[in-house]
Design a protein around this ligand. Sequence first.
Ligand code: DLL
Length: 433
Amino acid sequence: MIWNEEAECMLQEDKEILQLLRLRKVAKHAYNNVPYYKKLFDNAGIKPEDIKTLKDIEKLPFTTKDDLRKVYPFGMFAVSPKKIVEVHTSSGTTGKPTVSGYTRKDLKIWSEAMARGLVMFGATEEDIIQNTHGYGLFTGGFGVHYGAQKIGCTIIPISTGQTKRQIEIMKDFGTTIMIFTPSYGLYLAEVAEEEGLNWEEMNLKSIGFGAEMWTVEIRREIEKRFKAPAYNIYGLTEIIGPGVALECSTQDGLHIMEDHFYPEIIDPETLENLPEGERGELVLTTLTREGMPIIRFRTKDITTLRRGECDCGRTLIKMDRITGRTDDMLKIRGVAVFPSQIEKALLKMDGLEPHYQIIATRPHHLDELEILVEASSDLFSDEIKELVGIKKKIENYIHNEIGLRVNVTLVEPKTLPRSEGKAVRVIDKRRFE
Ligand code: DLL
């Protein structure tokens, strides 16, 4: 089934006409109502009226997370505050998160995008959806919720955690669709098996998973354990949340809701647009957002775009699974972490050398962060008891900074590898290629 055949199966020529109309409108809206955009456009020497073709989008300035932080919290809003009915923020827990504001119309678009996506992997009003994404500032919980309600599914807003309860509910309520992040899904499966859950008795028909990178092996493992096909959900707070792109029954790439979100691929070094099929950084423009229009947002996510009619009948352009990022952002248990945040926490402590390494691993399917830090020789000669105290103190500083518990190991001076070029601060052993 297709939720909105008119939009999802549109002829390419018609879609381009619609996209151009909407692009011109959104550029004008941003220019006239967001002083920050007016400045960006003026600096680039471009006016919204200069957009005559879709290709002219390349003349518009980019937007980055830093731009959004500069105008924190509401400086990107293009409507009066009374029209904003909901806000969410990016998953980083401290520092300046990026804020996303929605009008009633934006919430409708979000619900529509997510409804289309959930239908791609089989959701109907008969389904019972167990949504393990957090309900709160994170967009995962509410995004899935709105889409499922639009279809008329029964949604179980259980949110994250309470893993044993999740399993009980799955069984008792007869959940037919599970929504989780891949790492939480694997953890859930492990606990379910420990609890002796009999998968054959379960009603599960499909799984929607996303919000972090995964490998083909991870998908295979999830499908094997849950005995149901798993479909990719992609999105980001700045653009809307989940619902930017989702996978259909072919499991061959994600359809971007390109009547609402216009995609481009750029070379992250030269910032030039790349032809279709080439790997590069995904850039997204919101074509219909009212509360917070975003022009050419650099997602830092690496993928490729592919056009052509899909076996499912949709003509919406497809993007491949994300296999990397152009920056050093890590997603740990769903939370965005930048090495600079760890560094900031370390700098609060006396007696530490500015040499550290961040190691991400995934034992038992849950992300762990270990931080190796060089202690000064003075510190290192102290007693073990004191070193343990220092380790705990650093762990607390880091917890305050990123909102996650990490394991800190103090190492002797001059034992971490030195590099001549860019320091290799992060070792991600989870491997997503
Ligand atoms: O993670 C939105 C979301 C919620 C997507 C629930 C899917 C399901 P943020 O917290 O702002 O928003 O993080 C956005 O997460 O730029 C990617 O780097 C990464 N990401 C999101 N979905 C995927 C995915 C939500 N399917 C950032 N595969 C993005 C790989 C993903 N990475």
